[in-house]
Design a protein around this ligand. Sequence first.
Ligand code: FES
Length: 162
Amino acid sequence: MDSIVEEGGATGKGAPAAVDASRRKFMHRMYNLGLALWAGAAMGTGGYVVGRYIWPRPEGSTTGGERSASFPLAQLDEQPMVKLLVEGQPVGVVRVGPDVYALGLVCTHLGCLVGWNPEARQMVCPCHASRFEVTGQVAQGPAPAPLKRYEARISGDTVVVT
Ligand code: FES
């Protein structure tokens, strides 16, 4: 009789097992909730870090969702193409001779990101080998349309893209 009181208390012998199962279920749900929150935070942070790695913000630039972006002209001496975001769209700025050109980097074929080939002076798509002139015009398909062209101008020591 003493053992029944110790195990079940006033509610009887089966109650502690039900309470344990309920507590276990609650703890399991809390664990899953915590895991889901942690995974969401980790994915958000990871996505931001990967995005910043792929699209680094040039030093001294004003880039992002703005309608225009700028960066120091000297950066074009250090790297063949400076990547920016203009209105949230990836844009590549290159210099050919004294002129600067800014082109959208999304291929008009199936949307891969093109890269700059300084020797050929062309944007080249890694997916299906489309090529674009520095003006954005298609030099070789299958891309059906030119790359989006942005206005790029040199203002003192700064390149401004709009
Ligand atoms: S996505 Fe660029 S050529 Fe197909």
